[in-house]
Write a protein that binds this ligand. Sequence first.
Ligand code: SF4
Length: 340
Amino acid sequence: MTQAPVAPTTPHILSTAREQVLERGEGLTERQTLEVLRLGDEHLEDLLALAHDVRMKWCGPEVEVEGIISLKTGGCPEDCHFCSQSGLFQSPVRAAWLDIPSLVEAAKQTAKTGATEFCIVAAVRGPDERLMAQVAAGVEAIRNEVDIQVACSLGMLTQEQVDQLAAMGVHRYNHNLETSRSHFPNVVTTHTWEERWDTLRMVRAAGMEVCCGGILGMGETLEQRAEFAANLAELEPDEVPLNFLNPRPGTPFGDLEVLPAADALRAVAAFRLALPRTILRFAGGREITLGDLGAKQGILGGINAVIVGNYLTTLGRPAEADLDLLGELKMPIKALNETL
Ligand code: SF4
């Protein structure tokens, strides 16, 4: 006699998370996040559904759309082992600057997609006077001509630079911790995790929104992935961009294996359960980790923000594909006046 397959029983951590995170809005602890990261594939569907419920309850159905532009590309003196913009590796990205009219045009094109954030990025350890002057001119030109919030990502800042950016009207500042505190020295040796943390603290104190995330799949253990989620929960960022390593030729991490799709989705859900109220954004690397289907699973598994268009050094999905998907899922794009 054949027996009917037995449905997997709900693991204790999922029942706990339902009560603690979904009902009470209290994020998972580091230990609990680790339990989630250790769940088997047979529980993935339930986990993603729970993460989606948490996102809908504590963030709502809106999806925030952001465009990014590189003001200064390549030639960075730092040695972040994943980054093809470091000038220390044999990576094919050459140093280049963008002019202000091109920056404004990119902001206009981004606004046309319905995006509410436009992030100006520079591959630097931290800005020098020339870059700060370029950013000041760029932010002013965009604010005069385009209806969009301006964000910046310019590396580590001094207090004076933080104050200058706040005075320019920069709405959000991105600076990624990249990985857990304990794994960071395996990823970057030219500066410390604490130096990054200091910049984030100053940004918050100056009244700008904090955007801070990182890259998964850089050889970290599951324990370190959970530690990273806890590090972020302690920081309480307004936005967390989640990237998956896209191993770039010529970088020290060029030979690492791409994170399996199930692990990536489990991590997305775990980060949502650790950070119930944050804007959790799909950033780079998801195409190679998750493929086309991944966008849908992620957006139904805790993600509530996307980047449109090309990423900084690798080709992303075309804006239309993501925007069509949001329409199909009946998830409205967050309007600008909600972010003001
Ligand atoms: S991640 Fe940023 S700081 Fe690190 S090498 Fe790349 S551009 Fe430089």
